[in-house]
Design a protein around this ligand. Structure first.
Ligand SMILES: Nc1nc2c(ncn2[C@@H]2O[C@H](COP(=O)(O)OP(=O)(O)O)[C@@H](O)[C@H]2O)c(=O)[nH]1
Ligand SMILES: [Mg+2]
Length: 329
């Protein structure tokens, strides 16, 4: 059976052939997959496309270890969000990054700085999140890029040494150092103004480390109550706490995952599309492929519908884990 490929597909294929960068290639392949007509004649092409996509993803993951940033405060976001760790010296930031990503902390690779940021990828289920370790903040001179990174973060994690004599005091000290720089941290679900002149509002969580040596069991509640921030305790010696940490970070990003399926086929659960929580079906389709919106006919949904395969309106709000089937005209 001839494949009968649409002209848009041929264009995407040309883009694929001419692309040099891996993410350009990946983008083109994903577009080709989305434009591929769905019938028996295209099964082989589909399998081939999926293999090429997965090979390309694997090869770019191989070097996902310590990435070198161009300048310390310009780190290209990757994955579902950019999360920055900050805190006083010795709070456990580097040890945490070391345990949950394959980055190697404490690398100094900037001539103008004794220590640059360290970037690692954290995995929560099928989502990857970019985690950045920074030098500690203190009353002494802190290079401006450290605060600039915090100002740009999708989520700021205030790391507090739970084994310290007075962790609540340490937490307040951390917050006041940020406030002095005009940085204010809010609950990710709070309704806050994004920015004003000289003032940056950011989403954040409190993370109390070294729970194996926690100085008082009241610390987490005290910090959570006084700051209004979601707060958790962890220890690098407690694997369960580290995996809860990954979920805690994903929660703070306020994102959802959606998957696609083709009519009559199983859903593609290889890799989720990441959307802001509260996104509609139409926004979901647009983020999968901008041009699909123009030819959009209707959508069926598995997950947040009243029943599996329900046809839903374009303003239907998606939920984490939804599978959508896009029908085009
Ligand atoms: N007992 C215990 N020690 C920890 C834990 N996390 C970090 N540490 C220790 O605390 C010290 C400071 O950690 P580090 O990650 O270098 O702090 P940073 O300055 O915030 O990067 C190191 O000696 C770590 O081994 C933990 O969960 N439990
Ligand atoms: Mg460190």
């Amino acid at each position: 059976m001839p494949a009968n490929l649409p002209p848009e597909y041929i264009e995407a294929e040309d883009r694929y052939r001419n692309a040099n960068a891996k993410d350009e290639k990946l983008d083109a392949l994903q577009e080709m997959l989305s434009l591929l007509p769905n019938h028996k004649g295209t099964d082989k092409i589909e399998a081939d496309l999926r293999k090429r996509i997965s090979d390309l993803k694997k090869s770019s993951q191989k070097k996902k270890g310590p990435t070198r940033a161009k300048t310390p405060d310009q780190i290209e976001p990757q994955g579902a969000g950019q999360v920055v760790l900050t805190g006083l010296p010795n709070s456990g930031k580097s040890a945490l990054l070391d345990m949950i990503t394959n980055a190697t902390p404490r690398v100094a690779d900037f001539p103008f700085s004794t220590q640059g940021p360290t970037i690692g990828m954290l995995e929560h289920e099928d989502v990857q999140i970019q985690l950045i370790d920074t030098p500690p903040i203190s009353e002494e001179h802190v290079e401006t890029w450290v605060y600039n990174l915090i100002r740009k973060a999708d989520l700021v994690l205030l790391i507090v040494d739970g084994s310290a004599e007075d962790p609540v005091d340490k937490f307040e000290h951390t917050v006041s150092l940020l406030n002095e720089e005009g940085i204010y941290i809010f609950h990710p679900k709070a309704d806050f103004k994004r920015d004003a002149i000289g003032k940056t509002n950011r989403k954040g969580h409190a993370v109390i480390t070294k729970s194996d040596e926690l100085s008082s069991s009241e610390v987490p509640d005290e910090i959570e109550d006084s700051s209004g921030l979601p707060t958790m305790t962890l220890s690098i010696l407690d694997e369960g706490s580290l995996s809860r940490f990954c979920g805690f970070v994903f929660e703070g990003l306020n994102k959802i995952r959606i998957y696609t399926k083709k009519p009559g086929k199983e859903p593609d659960l290889q890799e989720p599309y990441i959307l802001d929580r509260g996104s509609t079906v139409l926004e979901g389709v647009r983020s999968i492929h901008r041009d699909m919106v123009e030819r959009l006919d209707y959508i069926r949904i598995w997950g947040s519908g009243r029943f599996d395969g329900q046809e839903v309106a374009q303003d239907h709000v998606l939920k984490d884990g939804d599978v959508i089937e896009i029908h085009q005209e």
